[in-house]
Design a protein around this ligand. Structure first.
Ligand code: ZN
Length: 145
């Protein structure tokens, strides 16, 4: 590890919990999921964007999740945690994952970054709603790029 990396990690640890720091340095599910059953690209009012991909198994359980964001470090942690929390849930149950649940799972999440958890909530919810739309109208999946 270089001195630069060490000082970056120290700076993150001074602001964020151990859990949040881990999700910033090593985000989970930070990739696109091919042939997803639900997708969103959500832009927050402060200009950060988050994309979320969801892939279901035959029982409508969320099996694979992915996210991308151009947001700040806290937003990366929130995308990582939101996609972790959704994994293994039914689409309808995952609709209850809100900003508070994401922030609480990240442990001692700074209130000043709560809008980052809000962005992850909105991106996840939009992708879940897209899953429900596609299950009603499967042809919608064919026209998505
Ligand atoms: Zn942010």
């Amino acid at each position: 590890m270089t001195d630069n990396e060490k000082s970056l990690i120290e700076k993150l640890r001074a602001v964020y919990s151990e859990t949040t720091t881990e999700h910033i340095l090593c985000p989970h599910n930070d990739r696109a999921v091919p042939e997803s059953d639900g997708y969103s690209c959500f832009k927050s009012s402060c200009g950060e964007t988050m994309k979320i991909w969801l892939k279901l198994d035959s029982d409508r359980v969320i099996r694979h999740t992915g996210f991308w964001t151009n947001g700040c470090a806290a937003t990366i942690a929130c995308g990582s945690m939101a996609t972790e929390l959704a994994k293994g849930s039914l689409v309808t149950d995952a609709l209850s994952i809100d900003a508070r649940a994401i922030a609480d799972a990240l442990v001692d999440f700074p209130e000043g970054n709560f809008h980052c958890a809000g962005l992850a909530e909105q991106a996840l919810r939009t992708a879940l709603i897209n899953c429900l739309e596609i299950s009603r109208e499967p042809w919608k999946k064919m026209y998505r790029k």
